[in-house]
Write a protein that binds this ligand. Sequence first.
Ligand code: AMP
Ligand code: MG
Length: 491
Amino acid sequence: MENGKTLKEIGWNFDNSYARLPESFFKSVNPTHVRSPKLIFLNDQLATIMGLSFQELKSEEGVEFLAGNRIPEGAAPLAQAYAGHQFGNFTMLGDGRAVLLAEQITPEDERFDIQLKGSGRTPYSRGGDGRASLGPMLREYIISEAMYALGIPTNRSLAVVTTGEAVIRETELPGAILTRVADSHLRVGTFQYVAKWGKGKDLETLADYTINRHFPDVETSETRYLSLLQEVIKRQAELIAKWQLVGFIHGVMNTDNMAISGETIDYGPCAFMNSYNPATVFSSIDRQGRYAYGNQPPIGGWNLARFAETLLPLLHEDSEKAVKIAQAEISNYMELYRSHWLAGMRSKLGIFNEETDDESLINDLLVMMEKYQSDYTNTFRALTFDKPADFVLFGTPEFAKWKEVWQSRLERQEESRASSHRLMQRSNPAVIPRNHRVEEALEAAVENEDYSVMEKLLEVLSSPYDHSLEQEDYCTPPPESSQPYQTFCGT
Ligand code: AMP
Ligand code: MG
């Protein structure tokens, strides 16, 4: 690199495996130059994990990298091709406002995609401007980092820079670029694209690449494509159970937004549920409630069925047999999901072992929570600390009865009350990114360039299971409002 930081100073250590895949899988494209980049947030902890020097990334030249104005030596910027079912309709998509800058190999020898989101037009931009505005990029930063701290697989956020340029939405908004770090950006939609438009051995190439990158244990197996399907199903069942357990609503579970790695990806109109109601939807565009909280598990199954369809030619040469194999795997998904969810719910109630009536114990509680509109997170918090606070639910005879059954259930297990309490503490977060807290942080940042509110929020969200006094202020649900909270796609 002429007159600049050396690779070693920043810590770049690239190996761009995706760029070595067939040409039709992507288009090489550089980020578009922006006028005056300014660093807003840098994730020091993540930079360190990545083997990158956060001091150097904060320098003028480091920020030029994060804005896409300079391309580090050895990077191979590209936009990935993918398709997807959006609200059930199949369409060609691709990275319309993002570029995969490079794959970083960390000091621990892990491989991460470094992607710039909001970095300008690409051949897949269709009518879009390829840009992102500051609010949604900060929102992704907050929620993805909160998910990480909650212990939920997710892509992460390394940095947000503003571009010094306005983006035109309903009004003019400050433009921004998010640096996103992911195990990979392979999606169900990547397989859909290759299955539909790939040539020759493309599908096999993509499947082999995916196995090598994410499931190396099955690489030498003769039935490795079946194992690929099984592994992807397993990870999604586990991921979606984790979402349900914390009340996370993704908002736009299109097949292009489902990562093969099993990470949560594409934080658009997502939000956390307050009072428990399976019909909860926040996204303004989800008018039918397709992606409502309670629909997430079956929609996961629907998306996985689309994934299985793409693999049919690799599962068996006889297409009828291939369909049978795929169907058998897909029908396992709901059961797998249910067992993860049940295990997680048992932990949330301090239960270590299994009894057949556990599911009805859990469901009885959820039915009451829905009836009395109990705050999802705070109900479990109150149960953890045996402080049934001021919810309507806790004053009802129904609850008193349920509590007796629960208490005798706890009596029947070997573990002490103290270990039950500890299990509940680490299974029930005190803080989640409450919508009103997120909005408050974004407003201060975007309207007043005051980032202190977001900094404080990030700090609180970084240890959700601490149950500390400082967190109390962040535990309150939003005040009742006449307008339901709505989220918008991150444009
Ligand atoms: P998303 O709703 O974020 O999953 O995006 C759906 C598709 O629209 C993806 O192909 C994106 O790359 C593309 N897209 C979203 N916003 C823009 C934009 N401002 N410019 C170009 N493409 C976009
Ligand atoms: Mg997307």
